[in-house]
Structure formats: structure tokens, C-alpha cells
Design a protein around this ligand. Structure first.
Ligand SMILES: NC(=O)c1ccc[n+]([C@@H]2O[C@H](COP(=O)([O-])OP(=O)(O)OC[C@H]3O[C@@H](n4cnc5c(N)ncnc54)[C@H](O)[C@@H]3O)[C@@H](O)[C@H]2O)c1
Length: 498
């Protein structure tokens, strides 16, 4: 993927530890009495938490001309990033990391003291995971805010602390601001506070971070707002300035609306199957109405990933805590739960029963393009298939290791019947069916020899991603979720001709 390269010639001039300037080189011109413009001071951003969101956020600031220092509580992760080795499988990430490290604008520092000394604005990018009751766990945020505030005690110039982690409305002003100022012993004039939620999607994080559709800033004071506006000046995105709670709410409503669209498409797919209609043509037509919009209307096995489930759950609980009990976030979650049952039933019926079936599960990440398996549908799908008596060989080009870790956490006593294998061929050898859970491009070319390896050449394509023509040439029977196939007739799929 093309990474924009800043072609300005820049001469870094280090002043004090707290102030780094960059002078844009200009061709000398006759002064004619005009004064030279003052050197441009380049803001220094500090990133606390170099995970999926924090790392790419820091790299995007750096690519857009800021100086960036990053810190992670995991020294191993910090060292890996400092070496130029991308910790996540994301298109363009390794290249962007190497580019920004070699320019010297992005650096990893070993401590929060070092980060607080340099960074004028400190972005908290730490996890806010879901708890069993749906509320988010604010422990990591509280811990990082406290540690940042401790590091800021000895800093004499003003700073801005920004909550970039996803937090329920009220957290930045109600929890982070008083905590940071009291631990640091500073006034609101000395430490500004803001919320600046992030909207990137895994699988396309580099593109999303470099060219966001919009920037949302919830600043509690004018200086913080001005700093953030300046930081995002070259991103080319519209800026929405709100209150901190307003900005936090934008994030939750955005993810809830997207989750609703996915759940709407998933219910529609069930209807399409019952009616013998292909859902994709239908949703293309529905989404071509600009009032509706075509994105997030592709039916599939249900939403997953680190954000949707967690954020929609948190909004639902928060609305109940406020005495409102909003129905739509709950509905999006309920439909998502139902979709899992629908997937399992469709697989079961397609095979005429799961007991003793040998299945290949292809694509373990929550979607193609990432190694992230948080809330991946592959986990409960595998679990249900085993419960119904099938054995599963699971494969993913990038997520095998993270899936193995998540699987052993999920099934601490060990769940017999699932093997993670290193190749597609190994997964499908002798299988009664393959199930496509994440549509990595590797799976979509499906050569005829793959079909011949299977006991029954049947692909249950939960994304409708393998083209019908490819399947036909490969002698592969296709059942798509939402493709209108009457699965009662599929159980007797003949073996492909050798
Ligand atoms: N992953 C996404 O696509 C995405 C998109 C938008 C928003 N978000 C939000 O961003 C936040 C972070 O998510 P993520 O996916 O990057 O999580 P992650 O688990 O991938 O990364 C978090 C990082 O923070 C580090 N960390 C934890 N506590 C720390 C501390 N006290 N000091 C310094 N570092 C610390 C961890 O070691 C880890 O590397 C969450 O609130 C999430 O909802 C994530």
C-alpha cells in the first residue's frame, strides 16, 4: 500500500529536552526588507500504549509531520517496535514503522518520565476491555492516567492529556481529569484534558489512521483544542469539536450504528435464505440509496473484533444505568447472538448432521487482514461444532498463534477435537466440508486439487466470498450464508470427479 512520503526537506534542530523544532528549508530569496518567517515548531506527541490503536496513531502523527515518542508497559513490545519489527499483521504497518523510525520522528522511550519530559500532549491508548456485566474495565486507564500524572509532577511547562481509548461518556471529565490533576498536583491551566476517540478499523488501520474520515475532539479548554487542531492539521479530515462527553458519545453511537447495520443485514440474510434469494444483490440495491449507504450491509457470521461487541454492550449498560434502557443496542447484540445459532444450524443441515463430521475451519481472525481474534466468531463456531460431535482442523494465514492462545484460554481443560494446522491443504484433507469464516484472499482462488483432497467437496462460505465460477471450475459445491441455497438438498453432494 502506498504510504504518503513527506517530501518537505526538514532540518531537525534540538533545543531543549522539552522542545523540538523543525525548520522547513526554503530556497534563499532576496529579503527586500521582509523578515524571514519564524521557524515552525513541531509539536511533540506522546503515545502511552503501543497496541493496535496506539502504535498506528503514533505513526500517523509522525507521518503527518509531528515528532512522536511512544511508551508501552511491555518492555518487550517497546523493544520490538524500536527494532522496526511490526507486532501486528496489518497491511502497510511494517513499512510505515520502518519509514518513521528511519526519519527519526517516531521513537520508543523506556519510561513515562522520558515521555512526559518531551511530549506536550500525551495520548492514553490503553485497553478498556469488557467486563462480564458489559461495563468497561477502567483499571488499565486509571493505572496509566495515575502513572502519567506522577511523571508530570516534575514537568514545569503546560501539558495536555488526551483519552484516546474508548470510554463511556463522562469518563474523561469525571474520572481522568480530576485524577491526573490531583496526582500531578497541577491546575487546569497547567494540564489540559481532552477526549479524542479513534475510529480506525483493524484490517485497514494504516489507511484509516493516515486518512481518517473525520476527527472528533472533545476538549475541556481552549489550549487543548488548539493543540489537537494543530496536530491534525495535515490529516485532511473535517474536525468536529465537542465537549469531552459529546466526543465519547460519538464513538459509542458510531459503533452501535455500524453494529446495527451489520445485524440488520444478518437478519435479512436469514430471510433471503428462506425466500431462495441471494442477499448480496438485494443489499447492493438497498444500500445504493444514499440515505441508507452500502457499507456494513454485508451479511456474515456476525460481528466480532475488539470493539463492536464491547462498545455496544457498554452503551446498553450505560443507558440502563441512566434509567433509559435503550432497545437498539440490545437488539444489535441479540441478533448477533442469534446469527451464531443460525450459522451452526446451516452447517449442520448442509451436512445432514454434525456427529462424526470432519470439518476444515478456514479463517480464524475476526476478519481477514488482521491477526486479531478478539471476539472472533471462529471461537464459538469451533466450540459449537465440537459440541455437536464434529472434529475441526483450523487454519489461518496470520492468526493461528493468537487463535491458539485464545482457544486455550477459552477451553482451559482442553477441548479435544480441534487441531490448528499450518496449511490449507492440511486443513481440508479428507474433510466433509470446509467452512470459510474469514475471507483471506488465499482461500478465494480455490484450485480443483483442493476439492479432490476433500472427502466431500463442499464449502460453506459464511462470507459468500469464493466466486461461483471459481467453485464451478474446482468441482466444489457452495453453500453461502444468505445465498438462498436450500440446504436440505445439499447433504448428498457427490464427490468431485478426480
Ligand atoms: N483495536 C482497534 O481497532 C481500536 C479502534 C478504535 C479504538 N480502540 C480502542 O483503543 C483502546 C486500545 O485498544 P487496542 O486494540 O490498541 O488494545 P491493545 O491491547 O492492542 O493495546 C493496548 C496496549 O496498551 C499497553 N498498556 C496497557 N496498560 C498500559 C499502561 N499502564 N501504560 C502503558 N501501556 C499500557 C499494552 O501493553 C498494549 O500494548 C481501547 O479502548 C479500544 O477500544 C481500538
Amino acid at each position: 500500500m502506498a504510504i504518503p512520503v513527506d517530501r518537505r526537506t526538514v532540518l531537525p534542530v534540538r533545543k531543549r529536552a522539552t522542545e523540538v523544532s523543525v525548520v522547513t528549508a526554503r530556497r534563499s530569496s532576496p529579503s527586500r526588507g521582509r523578515r524571514r518567517p519564524p521557524p515552525r515548531t513541531v509539536p511533540v506527541a506522546g503515545i502511552v500504549g503501543l497496541g493496535h490503536m496506539g502504535l498506528v496513531t503514533g505513526l500517523a502523527f509522525s507521518a503527518h509531520g509531528l515528532n512522536v515518542v511512544g511508551y508501552d508497559i511491555s518492555p518487550e513490545l517497546g523493544k520490538q517496535i524500536a527494532r522496526g519489527s511490526a507486532p501486528f499483521a496489518e497491511e502497510g504497518l511494517a513499512k510505515l514503522l520502518r519509514q518513521e523510525l528511519s526519519r527519526g520522528r517516531f521513537r520508543v522511550v523506556p519510561s513515562l518520565d522520558a515521555l512526559a519530559a518531551e511530549a506536550e500532549c500525551l495520548f492514553l491508548c490503553v485497553p478498556t476491555p469488557s467486563q462480564p456485566d458489559g461495563r468497561i474495565n477502567l483499571g488499565p486507564l486509571e493505572q496509566s492516567a495515575r502513572a502519567v500524572a506522577t511523571a508530570l509532577r516534575s514537568v514545569t511547562s503546560p501539558r495536555v492529556v488526551v483519552v484516546k481509548s474508548t470510554v463511556v461518556p463522562g469518563t474523561t471529565e469525571g474520572m481522568v481529569a480530576p485524577l491526573v490533576r490531583s496526582v500531578a498536583g497541577k491546575s487546569p491551566e497547567e494540564i489540559g484534558i481532552a477526549s479524542n476517540p479513534e475510529f480506525l478499523s483493524e484490517g485497514t488501520v494504516v489507511r484509516d489512521a493516515l486518512r481518517p474520515a473525520r476527527v472528533v475532539i472533545g476538549a475541556s479548554d481552549a489550549r487543548s483544542l488548539a493543540w489537537l487542531r494543530r496536530a491534525y492539521r495535515d490529516f485532511g479530515a473535517p474536525v468536529h469539536a465537542l465537549s469531552p462527553s459529546g466526543a465519547e458519545l460519538v464513538k459509542y453511537l458510531s459503533n452501535s450504528f455500524l453494529a446495527l447495520k451489520v445485524s440488520f443485514a444478518n437478519e435479512a440474510a436469514r430471510l433471503a435464505d428462506r425466500l431462495g434469494v441471494h442477499i448480496d444483490r438485494v443489499m447492493e440495491a438497498v444500500g445504493s440509496d444514499p440515505r441508507i449507504g452500502g457499507s456494513f450491509l454485508r451479511a456474515g457470521p456476525g460481528f466480532g473484533g475488539s470493539c463492536f461487541d464491547k462498545d455496544v454492550r457498554a452503551l446498553a449498560v450505560r443507558s440502563s444505568d441512566l434509567g433509559l434502557g435503550l432497545k437498539l443496542p440490545r437488539a444489535a447484540l441479540d441478533v448477533n447472538d442469534d446469527q451464531l445459532e443460525y450459522v451452526i444450524d446451516r452447517i449442520d443441515t448442509s451436512l445432514g448432521g454434525l456427529k462424526g463430521a470432519r470439518l476444515a475451519l478456514l479463517g480464524l481472525a475476526f476478519k481477514a487482514g488482521t491477526e486479531d481474534v478478539r471476539e472472533s466468531r471462529a471461537l464459538p463456531i469451533a466450540e459449537r461444532l465440537l459440541e455437536r460431535g464434529a472434529t475441526v482442523r483450523a487454519h489461518d494465514p496470520a492468526a493461528a498463534k493468537s487463535f491458539a492462545r485464545a482457544w486455550s484460554e477459552r477451553t482451559p481443560k482442553g477441548a479435544a477435537g480441534l487441531t490448528i494446522v499450518p496449511s490449507i491443504e492440511h486443513a481440508i484433507e479428507g474433510a466433509d466440508a470446509a467452512i470459510l469464516q474469514a475471507d483471506w484472499p488465499q482461500y478465494l482462488r480455490w484450485p480443483a486439487r483442493w476439492s479432490r483432497k476433500m472427502r466431500r467437496p463442499l464449502l460453506i462460505d459464511l462470507r459468500r466470498a469464493v466466486p461461483v465460477e471459481v467453485a464451478r471450475r474446482a468441482g466444489l459445491s457452495l453453500v453461502g450464508l444468505g445465498d438462498g441455497t436450500d440446504v436440505k438438498n445439499v447433504a448428498d453432494v457427490p464427490r468431485a470427479a478426480p
